[in-house]
Write a protein that binds this ligand. Sequence first.
Ligand SMILES: [Zn+2]
Length: 276
Amino acid sequence: MTDQTKEELPELSDQEIKDFLESAPLYARRRYGLPTVNRTSLHIQQIDDHCDVCGERRPFGDIRPKGGGSGMAVPRLDTGRSYFEFTCLTCRRASRRYYVVQFVTDEHVDIEKAGQYPRPRLPRNRHVQRFMADDAANYEKAIACLANAYGIGAFAYYRRLVEDNIGRLLELVREDAAASSSGTETLAALEQLGTNCPMAEKIKIANDAVPAHLKPDGLNPLGRLYGALSEGIHSLSEEQCLNQARLIDQCLAFLLAELADRKKHREEFKRSVGGL
Ligand SMILES: [Zn+2]
């Protein structure tokens, strides 16, 4: 039975530890089979990460001076804690520190990430980030919840972000519509969205407030955003909340990227033609 358990588990190797340090969220615990080579610690030489100083992904190595330890018996890997410290090998300025707790039995090794400094970069969309610059604290919490799959938290933060910023978003749609010839219908619908009509009505109006070029295959991002606002957070499961949060994130990312692109193209065109 022991052999079978061993086979099913990935072996604790340098590569597995590297993957774990680089990608596991805080307090994630993973189980590995016992290492076949004699390991005295979890220590590894290098990880890779995005370096903020260098501005790109770089190798980070352990450049601390090695301790003497001569004459001391080398202990085998045992239950305990491990500390890792890596420095960017290019700039030698950025560092990554990890604190890991390991539980060793005769059959497997469990490791848990108990600390990480600095806080890891979270996957984010640059358009949404720029748009939410004044609401950065809530946006950070929203993407942190999303990255850790905390659905209820993520949905609550994303809803708050949309509620507090929908006016500015509509203003961007209005600007885009005012600059295009087919914008009359859109502008009229946007007027109505500003009024205090019930949410169900707003979802319907939002459909007209978005011009066709912002509705890929008829999918209306603004309507979906209003739809997400109308969902009662209490009636949804953790999984459904997570999906709603992802939906909001993607609708915002799409709308803001498209609007920014169109604005940029308009300005470039005006500049080049206006100069002739
Ligand atoms: Zn660097």
